[in-house]
Write a protein that binds this ligand. Structure first.
Ligand SMILES: [Zn+2]
Length: 107
């Protein structure tokens, strides 16, 4: 269930009740192998949802988010940020998250 906080599962896939584990990719973002949603931990404990999808280049060691790092707040990426940073405002609810991901550019 989407609650605005991240564990190790893709929040987009969770909307469809699919459990897909996020894995570190070669850009050091966590990426969903199913939908390629990317999440940055550069501002942890904010989990910034990038506004472009990954290319599926998951690291071979398949590193997922450790349970010590669960609970980061999901936030949209600031479109003006050159460093993939958020505007520090978390998604208010499931609908604001849905609207944001509907505009994410594809690969
Ligand atoms: Zn996904």
């Amino acid at each position: 269930m989407f609650d605005g906080y991240l564990d190790d599962l893709c929040p987009e896939c969770l909307l469809d009740e699919v459990n897909s584990r996020l894995l570190l990719n070669d850009s050091d973002f966590y990426e969903c192998p199913k939908c390629n949603l990317q999440i940055s931990f550069r501002e942890y404990p904010i989990a910034t949802v990038l506004n472009f999808r990954g290319k599926g280049k998951i690291r071979t060691e398949k590193k997922s988010i450790s349970d010590e790092d669960f609970g980061a707040g999901l936030a949209p990426m600031d479109p003006n940020s050159k460093n993939f940073l958020s505007s520090s405002k978390l998604f208010e609810d499931k609908n604001s998250f849905k609207e944001y991901i509907s505009k994410i550019s594809n690969k």
